[in-house]
Design a protein around this ligand. Structure first.
Ligand code: FAD
Ligand code: N01
Length: 530
């Protein structure tokens, strides 16, 4: 009979998080296996192949910093890289550091049970099991697709596509398409689908604030300047609220206190730079409703100036605070609604009534389509973790432990789940930052913790319930000082029916990193080591 292989660490997921974990843990001499559902590395960039998919943090910053040679040798072709190029980069990282030999592709981790008698996780997959001292859930914050169960969807005679599971054989030329959703994904896909589809119906529940990305070929002078002092840029970025954007800076001034003409000039300057530089225009945008409204109104004026039909323009003007839902970056999104084949359909009221074999019914009107694109996002932050049947100490399941919302310490460790870490999970700044920076910080913290255990002859690390409860209170308190919890975002779980409403990410990036380091320096305050 085959024995279950015993390893030090089992990592779930081969996105950027899993790749760097494998490299780092291997370097520590820990036997590590990565298990990945997909057939290749890349995670987000393996799965999201919809038209227009690209990053919205600039390529020179949305990349690993842990290896100077890697960051010097890699060349990005555009200011914001497109999905195929980011996937190539992930493949390059895997090959350069010889990572593939420890990755099991096409394999899903279905569950893991903590066995206290041997202090190990017994991990089950759909292709065999492992016994591991540690498990790291590098399962991604935006990796579990959210596909609402619209009445009649099964009866649809055409094709239903989810953007996060986009097949390679799709050609929407000459099609009649409905896109459900107007989040970051949809606003990237819509302009490109509009160019080829016969008719495009955009089904909008909540209007989106979007700022021009101003993408283009990467300026060789910018690339050379960054590469001349890459470490300097990375260090300066790590002092920024989102772990990126130091080249354009964040303004300390208040939008409310700034003279209106000066305020508009600063917003206009940043609108022209493109990208998230816009949100750095004033320090109080996400803190003060009055400041937020001034900036939001600037964007609404841009929408009205861009979209020719006044009724469509009004419908495209968001009413919630700007950045309360994640702001979008686009290339020609609002302009697309000036095309005769593009129709904006308001589904904010009773929603999508039903799907018929030939179309989508909203407010009693049937829109005849042959393709439905679900750009409906993800069961974010908790979804991928909770889809694994994790059972911790005393038979406690993660679904039970997190039934009222995620409970953990530093976003990294869950009480009753010893030796299990969650990478960039809820309770950490993750999705409010440049994710690669957050991934690097978490991987380094986990690696250091494992070294600490080894050096101190400990075998188990576990967050205490008291420390985790205090951490959840801290996350809620910090969030309550901001406007983030004031609208129905996926940050709050509001996009998934039945999901508890808890603000999940922690605003406050550089301070969080310091806090994690302090905890490590203190000998892991809030954790029980044995
Ligand atoms: P992922 O890349 O999500 O990888 C997780 C992997 O785990 C997946 O491959 C999945 O298949 C695997 N997995 C999950 N569950 C299991 C299981 N049970 N068994 C086996 N395998 C499993 N962030 C930014 O900072 N900037 C951006 O510009 C940006 N753009 C984005 C664009 C899109 C379209 C999306 C969806 C997200 C974007 N993000 C961006 C966030 C992005 O998810 C992160 O930047 C980053 O790629 C996450 O890496 P990861 O390794 O943590 O997770
Ligand atoms: O998902 P979303 P996404 N009926 O949840 C609508 C990252 N990302 O895939 O707002 C009708 O933002 C929903 O409506 P509402 C980034 O972090 C980055 O677009 O809930 N509509 C919304 O409009 C981003 O934030 C990039 O009212 C329904 C849309 O579907 C995150 O991933 C690109 C509905 C979902 O928007 C998620 O983005 C792509 C229903 N039942 C993604 N259910 C970059 O540019 C949902 N919707 C880097």
């Amino acid at each position: 009979m085959d024995r279950t292989p015993e390893i030090d660490v089992l990592v779930v997921g081969a996105g950027f998080g899993g790749l760097f974990l494998l490299h780092r843990l291997r370097g520590l001499g820990l036997s590590t296996v990565v298990v990945e559902t997909g057939s290749d590395v890349g995670g987000t960039w393996y799965w999201n192949r919809y038209p227009g998919a690209r990053c919205d943090i600039e390529s020179l910053e949305y990349s690993f910093s842990f290896d100077e040679e890697l960051q010097q040798e890699w060349h990005w072709s555009e200011r914001y890289a497109a999905q195929p190029e980011i996937l190539d980069y992930a493949r390059h990282v895997a090959d350069r550091f010889d990572l593939r030999r420890d990755i099991r592709f096409d394999t899903r981790v279905t569950g893991a049970v903590w066995d206290d008698t041997v202090e190990r996780w017994q991990v089950a997959t759909d292709a065999g099991g492992w016994s591991a001292r540690f498990v790291v859930m590098a399962t991604g914050t935006l990796s579990a697709p959210n596909a609402p169960d619209f009445p009649g969807l099964d009866s649809f005679a055409g094709r239903v596509l989810h953007t996060a599971r986009w097949p390679d054989d799709v050609d929407l030329t000459g099609r009649r398409v409905a896109v459900v959703g107007t989040g970051s994904t949809a606003i990237q896909a819509i302009p490109l689908i509009a160019e080829v589809a016969d008719e495009l119906y955009v089904l909008q529940r909540t209007a989106t604030y979007s700022v021009p990305a101003r993408n283009g070929p990467l300026d060789p002078a910018v690339e050379a300047a960054v590469k001349a002092d890459y470490a300097g840029l990375r260090a300066r970025d790590r002092q920024m609220p989102g772990g990126f954007g130091s080249r354009f800076g964040w303004n300390d001034a208040s939008a409310v206190a700034t003279d209106p003409a000066e305020r508009d000039a600063e917003l206009e300057r940043r609108w022209r730079i493109g990208g998230f530089a816009f949100l750095g225009a004033f320090a109080d945008v996400i803190l003060d409703p009055a400041a937020n409204e001034l900036v939001a109104d600037f964007v609404r004026r841009k929408i009205r100036a861009t979209v020719h039909d006044p009724a469509t323009a009004e419908l495209l003007c968001p009413t919630q605070p700007i950045a309360c839902k994640r702001m979008c970056l686009d290339t020609g999104y609002y302009e697309t609604f000036n095309r005769p084949n593009v129709h904006l359909v308001d589904v904010s009221g009773a929603g999508i009534e039903r799907i018929t074999p030939g179309g989508v019914v909203v407010a009693g009107v049937e829109y005849a389509v042959d393709t439905i694109v679900l750009a409906t996002g993800f069961d974010a932050l908790t979804g991928a973790v909770m889809r694994v049947d994790l059972v911790g100490r005393d038979g406690r399941s993660i679904r039970d432990a997190w039934s009222a919302g995620p409970v953990n310490l530093l976003g990294l460790a869950v009480p009753d789940f010893p030796n299990l870490f969650v990478l960039t999970g809820p309770g950490s700044p993750s999705v409010l930052t440049n994710m690669i920076v957050s991934i690097e910080e978490h991987v380094e913290w986990i690696a250091e913790a494992l070294v600490h255990l080894r050096d101190h002859a400990c075998s188990v690390i576990e967050a205490t319930a008291e420390a985790a409860d205090a951490w959840v209170d801290h996350v809620n308190l910090v969030a309550s000082f901001t406007l983030y919890p004031s609208c129905n975002s996926w940050y709050l779980g509001a996009n998934v029916a039945g999901k508890p409403r808890v603000f999940m990410p922690l605003p406050g990036f550089p301070a969080y990193v310091e806090r994690c380091r302090d905890v490590a320096r203190s000998g892991y305050e809030g954790f029980r080591l044995s």
